[in-house]
Design a binder for this molecule. Sequence first.
Ligand code: ADP
Ligand code: MG
Length: 325
Amino acid sequence: MKLRVAIIEGGRSGEHEVSLRSAAAVAAACDPGRYEVQRYRIGLDGRWSPRPILPEPGANPEIDVVFPVLHGTFGEDGTMQGLLELADLPYVGAGVLASAVAMDKDMMKRVCRDAGLPVVEWELATRAALDASRAVARFGFPLFVKPANLGSSVGISKARTPEELDAALRLAAQYDRKVIVERAIAGREFECSVLGNEHPEASVPSEILPSREFYDYDDKYLLNAARTLVPAPLDPAAAEELRRLAIAAYRAVECEGMARVDFFLEARTARFYLNEVNTIPGFTAISMYPKMWEHSGLLLPQLVDRLIELALDRHSEARKSRYAR
Ligand SMILES: Nc1ncnc2c1ncn2[C@@H]1O[C@H](COP(=O)(O)OP(=O)(O)O)[C@@H](O)[C@H]1O
Ligand SMILES: [Mg+2]
């Protein structure tokens, strides 16, 4: 009997279109001999077609496992994962807690800092107190200003002057109540794919060479001019250090299934800094998560097999827990 895989795609986020492309790639990689794929599409208005997944256990008998291929808000942030927990369905990727923590850059940094990981120094501003004077005093200019919960570089600016900082804070505050103000790291940018539940493994790392001042939305999705190097041109010890840090961040956030962990290598100090953890990375033809695995010897169809297996394992592990005495 074939395993019935429900791919959820689209969603109410700025990354709706990217999600559709990622989902198409995942669907195409599902071996038709093993899986029967059904697509569940969520519109920008939050409506599902052809039908929604229902929050009651047993209410979705046509589904064996869910692969949410949703990026950003209402997909990658723990909300969808909460629905799938209520529905008692196995699903690919991080659970509710790790999804929510990884999505919130402030929370992710606090958790990773507590685990002794080198996170980029930051100060928090809020809509109610949209003030970055502490960040200016601590780090000087330039500064990076970001909404705490978003992705695809939306709402992110590099501020070089007090005037730019003002505009950057106001822009970021349009997207989130919480705003991160970070020290700018001058150096190189790297990514690493991690896969697993209890025993996560890291891929070969890659290097991102943005075509613009930083890796912004246009560079990610429109210009097609950013270059990526897989494997990253790092000496073996540095590559090993990056992989070790990627797994440590994955564990600190308590990720399961998969995540892409992103870093900077500061030119002046030759130190790696953790930038962010993406619990549902892109799966498009040009996406780094599958590309890094491909270079590590795991092709996309095998990667999908492995992710589904991890989802089923996690679900049966969770079943061992009691909920009442
Ligand atoms: N502190 C920083 N120093 C230097 N560059 C940064 C910094 N923060 C972000 N960037 C640049 O901005 C891009 C997007 O920021 P990131 O935090 O990864 O947001 P997103 O979650 O939207 O991808 C990064 O890929 C990098 O090019
Ligand atoms: Mg990023």
